[in-house]
Design a protein around this ligand. Structure first.
Ligand code: ZN
Length: 123
């Protein structure tokens, strides 16, 4: 599918820009290099993570503290994908409407099943 190919291209470009080529790739480090905080927190059992963006604050990725390291790595990379896609969208539509952004923020927070004030920094 075209969507997948676009995602792969974006991932390759991101690694080109932000990664030195060593393995395993650490999505937490990549996120931090982009100014995205990564936090471990307690989420509903069926929620692995979320991208959280509050108005006027830097975005952060929350991960379920009870997931395995491998699972968290995957989740972090996945949420980073959402972040990259949204950053790309922002470039296209220079003026995004405030109300729409607020709606998006609330949706993300809702899906995280968490209150962002209860999260703690990823080590
Ligand atoms: Zn997702």
């Amino acid at each position: 599918m075209a969507g997948h190919r676009k995602g792969e291209k974006a991932a390759v470009e991101l690694l080109d820009e932000c990664w030195d080529g060593s393995l395993p790739i650490d999505p937490v480090r990549i996120a931090k290099s982009l100014g995205v905080k990564v936090l471990d927190t307690y989420l509903k059992q069926n929620v692995s993570g979320a991208l959280v963006k509050k108005q006027g604050e830097d975005p952060s990725i929350v991960l379920n503290a009870e997931d395995s390291t491998t699972r968290k790595r995957f989740t972090c990379a996945h949420e980073l994908g959402h972040y990259i896609r949204r950053a790309g969208e922002r470039e296209h539509q220079q003026r995004s409407r405030r109300s729409r952004r607020r709606a998006w923020n609330q949706r993300q927070l809702g899906s995280a099943g968490t209150d962002a004030s209860s999260v703690k920094e990823h080590p």
